[in-house]
Write a protein that binds this ligand. Structure first.
Ligand code: MN
Length: 240
């Protein structure tokens, strides 16, 4: 094991599973060294009128399922087979040989977190502690919302916009291309623990919104499950 890999894995071991998935979901990432598509959390039409049923169904059954299938296929010939998804993401490098794991491992993580990030009707604002941190790092909740929406709107092409916790425990907003994830330390320019991510691939909104990505983003903000995001923040704070 490389030194960096060891250090990263030691730090990540302290994250536990609560960071990735709340106790509510009961998602299991790995069994028999295979990743599986998690159960869906709500009916496909539960996020209407903001995200339509057809988009949700296709996104989960086709896109997310595809990432899981291709992740398992890529692991068959990888020395990372049997590792946790956190370990896989954190040890990937910007090489051709890591590309399939990067795209599909990222795709699996990002979407699993994404379904849980949303809840029908949204949930109230962040916990007191989390809200205080948002105000400290962005001046106000509204300012955070504006910056997050702007980052997601302006991201060029396919990818994700994120609210992350930096290693210095400050919150920051970033975006990543394709299925890259802020936990990919060897790949992304801004490493952090992702608390909130929005999928801005066209497959996430094009059926309903066509080219109006900004409308989709503004409506996504009404679906955020702040209870879950607050729990992710609390768990992320505890990492070394
Ligand atoms: Mn997607």
């Amino acid at each position: 094991m490389k030194r960096r890999e060891f250090i990263t894995n030691t730090a990540l071991a302290t994250l536990g599973t609560s960071l990735l998935f709340s106790p509510l979901s009961g998602f299991s990432l790995a069994s028999n060294d295979e990743f599986k598509l998690p159960d869906f959390l709500y009916p496909y039409d539960a996020l209407e009128p903001f995200i339509d049923k057809k988009t949700m169904q296709t996104h989960y059954e086709k896109h997310h399922a595809g990432y899981v299938k291709n992740l398992n296929a890529a692991l068959q010939t990888s020395h990372l087979k049997g590792k946790s998804l956190l370990n896989i993401l954190s040890t990937l490098e910007n090489t051709e040989s890591d590309l399939a794991l990067r795209n599909n491992g990222g795709g699996h993580y990002n979407h699993t977190q994404f379904w849980e990030t949303m809840t029908p009707g949204g949930s109230p604002k962040p916990s007191m502690d989390f809200l205080a941190a948002i105000i400290k790092d962005f001046n106000s909740f509204d300012q955070f919302s504006r910056l997050f929406i702007e980052k997601a709107t302006k991201h060029f092409g396919s990818g994700w916009a994120w609210l992350c916790l930096h290693e210095n425990k400050k919150l920051f907003i970033s975006s990543t291309p394709n299925q890259d994830n802020p936990l990919m330390r060897g790949i992304v320019s801004e490493f952090g623990i992702p608390l909130l991510g929005i999928d801005v691939w066209e497959h996430a909104y094009y059926l309903q919104y066509q080219n109006k990505r900004s409308e989709y983003i503004v409506n996504f903000m009404k679906l955020i499950n702040w209870d879950i995001i607050s729990k992710r923040y609390t768990a992320a704070l505890k990492t070394k």
